[in-house]
Design a protein around this ligand. Structure first.
Ligand code: PLP
Length: 357
């Protein structure tokens, strides 16, 4: 029977720590739909400072955070947003901006590093003089770190350039910063600087930071006032929400400092995988906590077979399509877990599709 468990499916799988649970139990709370929860207010104040914005708002999830931001910027049906073809908003959020908000997505190709070419963004902006046919471009969205490219980081300089283009064209800039803390640590640049050019930014508390739930939206005071109304409309306003926010405050205090170590463990994993015959990792893509690895054809094992073999050893990973697997590091993965994972993968690869378990 396997007793060890190494959960590398995502950084969303962490369990609340004892300190978080204690903070949740003793949190000071009140009705936050009426705007009176002191713990939520404290978290929002702290996050607004970290983001360098006037105000912040706690929401239940990253998906709702992005939806609220896009819909707040694009408040007229038939508005268009320019975003990456492999952005989380476009691929993994149920098309909510269209189905709920009537916002049309215009995609630009995401490069391997998560950026979009600025001239392609510019070309995608609609000519307002032809509004009889075109939707109206209102918003550009970036994602930092960019999950689908393996958690790669967008520099402040790149973001500034996109912000400059947005301003010149009378558009707004939103950043999906689900993992902006990871990007900040990896680049060695404070979050407020990374998002300086953005009109709105979201950050997930329940990913690398390890809180059980919740995301933050940050922006100007007037933007957050409008976002708050939309949060209520979408059913995302919660009563004694300080119970959850208390855990997020602990996450900020205890776990931001662990992200650098998470990135180191991801590099150890990536380098170890690259040494296993039959596997390949683009080491340059491992800037933060996400590792994608490819299985070479001659390894004679599929991503499903390898994942199943690993599961029998208590290791969970995410198969990501033909011969590709994703593993994500978080603060509840130790270096010994990484070494154990590498040895189980090595064993599984050397025994082929039917062995290793
Ligand atoms: C880049 C990015 N944005 C947004 C989200 C959505 O967050 P949530 O799962 O809290 O809705 C995710 C979730 O994995 C993500 O990776």
């Amino acid at each position: 029977m396997v007793t060890r468990r190494v959960d590398l499916r995502s950084d969303t799988v962490t369990k609340p720590t004892e300190t978080m649970r204690a903070a949740m139990a003793s949190a000071e709370v009140d009705d936050d739909v009426l705007g009176h929860d002191p713990t939520a207010a404290r978290l929002e104040r702290e996050m607004a400072i970290i983001m360098g914005k006037e105000a912040a708002l706690f929401v239940p999830s990253g998906t709702m955070a992005n939806l609220i931001c896009v819909l707040t910027h694009c408040n007229v049906r038939g508005s268009e947003v320019i975003l990456g073809d492999y952005s989380h908003i476009h691929i993994y959020e149920n098309g909510g901006i269209s189905t709920i908000g009537g916002v049309h997505p215009r995609t630009v190709r995401n490069n391997e590093d998560g950026t979009m070419d600025i001239h392609q963004i510019e070309e995608a902006i609609r000519d307002p003089s032809f509004e009889i046919c075109y939707p109206t471009t209102k918003l550009i969205c970036l994602e930092n770190s960019h999950a689908h490219s393996g958690g790669r980081c967008l520099s402040a300089e790149y973001t500034d350039k996109v912000g400059e283009l947005a301003r010149k064209q009378g558009l707004k800039l939103h950043i999906d910063g689900a993992r902006i803390f990871n990007a900040s640590v990896a680049l060695g640049v404070p979050i407020h600087r990374l998002v300086e050019a953005a009109d709105s930014v979201t950050a997930c508390l329940s990913k690398g930071l390890g809180a059980p739930a919740g995301s933050i939206i940050a922006g100007s005071t007037s933007f957050i006032s409008r976002a708050k109304i939309l949060r209520k409309t979408l059913g995302g306003a919660m009563r004694q929400v300080g119970v959850i926010c208390a855990a997020a405050l602990v996450a900020l205090e205890e776990n931001v400092g662990k992200l650098e170590w998470d990135h180191n463990k991801a590099k150890i994993l990536a380098e170890g995988l690259n040494k296993i015959k039959g596997l390949k990792v683009d080491l340059a893509s491992v800037e933060t906590n996400i590792v994608y690895f490819d299985i070479l054809e001659d390894a004679n094992i599929t991503e499903i077979e390898l994942s199943r073999n690993l599961e029998a050893h208590g290791i969970l990973v995410m198969p990501e399509g033909p011969l590709r697997i994703r593993a994500v590091i978080h603060h509840q993965i130790s270096e010994s877990d990484v070494q154990y994972t590498l040895s189980c993968i090595q064993k599984s690869i050397s025994t082929g599709g039917n062995g290793g378990s």
